[in-house]
Design a protein. Sequence first.
Length: 97
Amino acid sequence: MNTEVKALHFTLGEDGKEYIYKKINRIHNAENMIVDLIIKISKDGSAFIAEANVNFKWGVSAHVKEHDFELTAAIDKLTDKLEAKITKEKEKNQGKH
């Protein structure tokens, strides 16, 4: 799984990057199903926007997005949503085989 973290309109410190990677470890069990995971964190005024694009090995892509005024809260919401999306996609794919 290729993982990329980008920050737009602000500088994401090492603590922020570590927090994101720690949260991504929750989806470690789905690593063999994912080709790419691209996470973008941007700042719009006082709010943080966290987005993730996931490309699965069977050709499906998924996009999730969350907003919050705190960086860690935005990351938490994003990883929760991402985990649910991956689980749903995994179940859909297993139903086809």
